[in-house]
Design a protein around this ligand. Structure first.
Ligand SMILES: Cc1cc2nc3c(=O)[nH]c(=O)nc-3n(C[C@H](O)[C@H](O)[C@H](O)COP(=O)(O)O)c2cc1C
Length: 202
């Protein structure tokens, strides 16, 4: 069994990005550990048609899936001795970005991210905020300097993608790439590989 990927969901807009990321990991049979903050659950309720509880139930059908409460600082992933493969925070709030930059490990997402950095394991963040102020930008730059991959959730305008769902699936695949879970994007998300895209460009 491969080491698990941790998915931290924070209270930024874009719950669908978290949902698609978990789906994509489980589709590849990658063991997946989910932690969601309380604001994340609040945003989920506003943005998603499937409730957070329903999503958990669906994912729990996969034996590789597990879930810890945000306050559970005794969870195995809070320790560097747990053999994690890496972590993504998706969507990533500016509050959590700031906490990680400042080493504030006061919940399980922040602590797990801190562990990834100290153990030199891949840490990926999908930040969500607009417009970005100077504090956000300098915190994101600091994270980059510590080796974190910053994957923005921009739609791939160069692909014939029509729905927010498809755009979120694309971002999820970019996350998997940044985590080294896949070596290249699936064909439908590669520039130039898509027939209808070729047609449109002609
Ligand atoms: C509907 C809604 C949308 C929000 N969207 C964002 C966002 O896109 N980016 C952000 O940084 N914070 C956003 N927030 C604010 C965060 O939820 C808030 O800062 C919270 O303290 C983050 O905590 P967490 O990082 O522990 O989840 C949003 C809040 C709500 C209620």
């Amino acid at each position: 069994m491969e080491n698990p990927v941790i998915v931290g969901v924070t209270g930024a807009s874009g719950s669908i990005l978290a949902s698609k990321t978990v789906d994509a990991l489980l589709e590849l049979n990658i063991p997946t550990i989910l932690v969601a903050s309380n604001p994340a659950r609040m945003v989920w309720q506003i943005e998603m048609s499937e409730s957070f509880g329903e999503s958990l139930e669906r994912w729990r059908e996969n034996s590789g899936f597990s879930h810890y409460a945000i306050g559970d600082l005794q969870a195995p992933i809070a320790s560097g001795t747990f053999p994690g493969r890496g972590m993504v925070i998706v969507p990533g709030s500016m509050a959590t970005v700031s906490a990680i930059v400042n080493g504030i490990s006061d919940n399980l997402i922040r602590r797990s991210a801190d562990v990834c950095l100290k153990e030199r394991r891949p840490l990926v963040i999908v930040p969500r905020e607009s417009p970005l102020n100077g504090i956000h930008l300098s915190n994101l730059a600091a994270l980059d300097s510590f080796g974190t991959s910053i994957v923005t959730a921009d739609p791939p305008y160069y692909l014939p993608i029509k729905t927010l769902e498809d755009s979120a699936s694309f971002t999820a695949q970019r996350v998997l790439l940044a985590l080294n879970v896949i070596e290249e994007l699936p064909e439908q998300f590669r520039y130039g590989d898509n027939e209808s895209q070729q047609d449109r460009i002609k």
